[in-house]
Ligand binder design. Structure first.
Ligand SMILES: Cc1cc2nc3c(=O)[nH]c(=O)nc-3n(C[C@H](O)[C@H](O)[C@H](O)COP(=O)(O)OP(=O)(O)OC[C@H]3O[C@@H](n4cnc5c(N)ncnc54)[C@H](O)[C@@H]3O)c2cc1C
Length: 410
């Protein structure tokens, strides 16, 4: 009788996007895969992603993908090439969860339910005999000789290889409480300082109630300091004490390692100074007996007019027939360069992703293995990689999980 070959036991901490995708791709006759999660269900963060619809990837090529990565794009080259957005689309279409592409190449399940993405991943895990152990928070890890000892709330496991897929530090109610960083440090890894990313930006101006319902469409937000200047075009929204919406979230990721920045808003980016001045002049000539308050309603959504007046100090009662060339220029400057006083980025817990994490210089980009500790791997958001909105962050989780799986599968 031939001896049965001993299976390699691989434990992955975290049954989120990266952990599930790692597990279903790594399972084989030679590997026993155990996924451990502190939650009672898999993919809690994925469940709330994309406003409950899960923007699973972005239907773009690798070059464009990399251009949307904020931290350490080069590190991701290999992983994204190995498992690209096109591979993600093919995977879900072939495994009973059809996808569709929307504006900005954002890809969602046809059903518009994030639960269908999670169910598909969990089903594939089960089909491949992955063991998923819920309600077990990993508290401590010890390495003795070549074995990892994973100590949970009330159980203990031993493994030949260990994959850390514990996510970032934001939306900690979904289970990603930042434990992975502690484990990384314990094995001698450097953890790059964590920062909020894809988060609202707190401003000093008082946001009034009317503005909370407003989506300011097609505006440009600029941020600058002595060595940095970025402008982003798109939509913006308001919260009590902060600004948010697509352009603000993106800007937060670009400025989170900058000194304080000056923020300014161009309400009319489609019109250059000359065209906007002509427009102001035309409105003024056509309505000489109306005042600046009226003029503003022809240029801005009504919900923001009071805020504009309050924060520019312009005389809203001034009749348009008294609007001098200088006053018109002043108004134009406020419309093109409306100053928002930067306070700070919103707390890390309120960011869609965490910037910073396990230093990628200490990780092999082809396998995700630690260069410091043999048999230890890091995948997903726990790494110092993050991208803009549009499905890029979940794709990073899938691609890094896949690279690690293929490396461990041999
Ligand atoms: C509101 C919101 C919306 C988002 N929308 C999108 C979107 O539409 N598209 C997109 O691309 N990205 C989106 N993201 C980001 C994306 O969800 C994450 O980048 C992605 O889930 C990261 O995957 P991960 O596997 O690294 O971590 P996670 O999915 O966070 O999984 C980590 C898992 O590890 C477990 N864990 C942590 N510590 C322990 C421990 N000590 N013991 C046991 N288990 C542990 C957690 O319980 C969790 O299940 C969104 C994020 C948020 C917060």
């Amino acid at each position: 009788m031939g001896e049965t070959k001993k299976k390699t036991r691989i434990i992955c901490i975290g049954a989120g996007a990266s952990g599930l995708f790692f597990a279903l791709n790594c399972a084989s006759d030679d590997n026993e895969i155990i996924l451990i999660d502190s939650n009672s269900k898999a993919g809690r963060k994925m469940y709330i992603s994309g406003k409950g619809r899960c923007n699973i990837t972005n239907n773009c090529d690798v070059k464009e993908f990399i251009a949307n990565v904020v931290r350490n794009p080069k590190f991701l080259y290999s992983a994204i090439h190995r498992f690209s957005p096109a591979d993600t689309i093919a995977f879900f279409n072939e495994h009973g969860c059809p996808l569709k592409t929307e504006r900005g190449n954002r890809v969602f399940p046809v059903s518009d339910h994030s639960a269908d993405i999670i169910d598909c991943l969990v089903k594939e895990c089960k089909k491949n005999k992955v063991k998923i152990i819920f309600d077990q928070k990993v508290k401590e890890i010890r390495k003795e000789k070549d074995q990892f000892h994973v100590i949970c709330k009330d159980r203990e496991f031993a493994a030949d290889k260990l994959v850390i897929a514990t996510g970032g530090r934001s939306y900690s109610s979904t289970g990603s409480t930042g434990d992975g960083y502690r484990f990384a440090k314990q094995f001698g890894h450097r953890v790059v300082e964590l920062k909020s990313a894809l988060c609202p930006i707190r401003v000093k101006e008082r946001i009034n109630r009317e503005m909370l319902k407003l989506t300011l469409k097609n505006v440009s937000l600029s941020a600058k300091n002595d060595r940095f200047h970025k402008t982003i075009f798109g939509d913006m929204e308001f919260l009590p004490g902060s600004v948010t919406g697509p352009i603000v979230l993106s800007m937060s990721s670009l400025i989170n390692r900058e000194d304080p920045v000056e923020l300014s808003l161009d309400f009319k980016p489609a019109l250059d100074d000359e065209k906007l001045d002509k427009r102001l002049l035309r409105e003024t000539e056509n309505n000489p007996n109306k005042n600046i308050s009226y003029l503003l309603t022809t240029l801005l959504p009504k919900e923001i007019c009071a805020f504009f007046i309050e924060n520019t100090g312009i005389d809203s009662d001034l009749a348009l027939n008294s609007l001098t060339r200088e006053k018109r220029k002043e108004l134009l400057d406020h419309l093109k360069h409306f100053r928002l006083s930067f306070d700070r980025l919103e707390d890390i817990d309120k960011g869609i992703v965490t910037s910073g994490g396990v230093d990628v210089n200490e990780i092999d980009p082809r396998t995700m293995e630690s260069k410091i500790c043999d048999g230890l791997y890091f995948i997903g958001e726990v790494l110092d990689v993050d991208a803009l909105t549009g499905g890029f962050n979940l794709q990073i989780a899938l691609s890094t999980g896949y690279s690690c799986a293929t490396a461990l599968k041999g």
